[in-house]
Design a protein around this ligand. Structure first.
Ligand code: NAP
Length: 353
């Protein structure tokens, strides 16, 4: 099953809004007969790829491992359950069920009805995390939302003048690029655009560029920013108000939303609408305004915080504008991963339910 998860990850960037799926077929002795993954939206599913990869071997008595319940409906490709039954596979081990209403447990019942021994729930937590964007949209009707921050020992993300470049070292920044590649979209506010002029591309890691989303209802995106200069290579979206009339460089799409009396867009509404542009998971990369606004709405599912061994003192905190409803109800997270990159420590926190 671990191998199916690794294979599934190869489809990131290409399969969305479909899930990331990998499949491995083994014989009675555990020898691999075929493997495959869903590589591109509209292209064959992982199970069909694994069957094709077996090159016509006799699959009777074999076991198929797959990280998501096989589909049982005709979509852009034929149902995988039919292909599995036709191939003569005897046993299917599945990590998680598919909440897509066209599938939801009909895949597994079809396999069982055909006399195929089927098990579900193997490495379920890892499999849910791999497809967190896909599951979030189907189960909660909104994109998965992660945040990435680089901090000093004293928890500051920038000095009072707004200078924040290179808090953490080169190795931690590489990891940050890999994180970008693992999300459909990356998001910043106008403050970060103006202060840091980032490109938000994947340069120091392997993987696809995410869609760049800039929340700047009162600023726009003029042509002199790196984001504007690369807009014909990477999909870029300006999130702005209904009545916005400012400057937007060529190639940047405009996503208009209603704003409240203070000129703010509703973060939940934005996460609910992002799947319209193919974004099922988004990584907020600052700054404090956007992070605070999403924390206030209690929408941050995960925080990846990189701590560098330096002290900023008087400076900007990542959630400076956030006010918890009460001490008891302050948002709580659990530590999921701790990694060391040179002198920096990167901690991944997941929101407690
Ligand atoms: N260390 C790090 O990891 C890191 C990462 C990123 C940034 N930074 C630093 O953080 C500082 C920038 O912080 P910041 O708070 O000024 O920047 P920001 O959060 O990038 O931008 C704030 C602006 O975003 C817009 N915005 C945010 N939430 C909104 C909402 N719900 N509705 C409508 N508009 C919304 C507003 O734009 P309008 O003004 O157009 O209304 C707001 O003024 C910089 O110094 C930057 O270098 C540090």
């Amino acid at each position: 099953m671990r191998q199916t998860l690794r294979l599934a990850l190869k489809g990131r960037g290409g399969v969305s809004p479909n899930p990331r799926v990998g499949a491995v077929i083994v014989d009675k002795n555990g020898r691999i007969l075929g493997k495959g993954y869903h590589s591109q939206y509209g292209q064959p599913h992982a199970e069909a790829e694994a069957i094709a990869d077996s090159g016509g071997s006799d699959l009777r008595g074999s076991t198929l491992y797959v990280n998501l319940e096989p589909c049982c409906h005709q979509g852009k490709t034929p149902p995988c359950t039919k292909a599995v039954i036709k191939a003569g596979i005897s046993r299917v081990v599945i990590a998680i069920s598919d909440p897509n209403p066209k599938v939801n447990l009909c895949g597994i019942s079809e396999l069982k009805n055909a006399g195929i021994e089927s098990t579900i729930g193997v490495l379920a937590e890892e499999a849910r995390y791999l497809n967190r964007g896909y599951l979030s949209v189907r189960e909660r009707r909104r994109a998965w939302c992660a945040a990435k921050v680089a901090l000093s020992i004293d928890g500051k993300m920038a000095n009072p003048e707004g200078l924040s470049k290179w808090i953490t070292g080169a190795e931690a920044r590489k990891y940050a690029h890999a994180l970008r590649a693992d999300h459909d979209g990356v998001m910043i506010g106008s403050g970060t655009l103006k202060n840091d002029n980032p490109e938000l591309s994947v340069r120091d890691a392997k993987g696809p560029n995410p869609v760049r989303i800039i929340i700047a209802p009162h600023f726009g995106i003029p042509a002199n920013y790196k984001i504007s200069k690369t807009a014909d290579e990477m999909r870029t979206i300006l999130v702005t108000s209904d009545d916005f009339k400012g400057v937007v460089a060529d190639g940047i799409e405009i996503f208009r939303m209603q704003t409240d009396n203070g000129g703010k867009i509703n973060p939940l509404e934005l996460l609910q609408r992002l799947p319209e542009v193919g974004v099922q998971s988004v990584l907020i990369e600052g700054g404090s305004g956007v992070l605070s606004s999403f924390m206030q709405a209690d929408l941050i599912d995960e925080i990846v915080a990189g701590y560098a061994p330096s002290v900023i003192g008087n400076g900007i905190s990542p959630f400076e504008g956030f006010k918890p409803v009460s001490w008891e109800n302050r948002p709580k997270f659990t530590v999921k991963k701790v990694k060391r990159f040179g002198e920096d420590v990167v901690i991944t926190y997941r929101r407690k339910d």
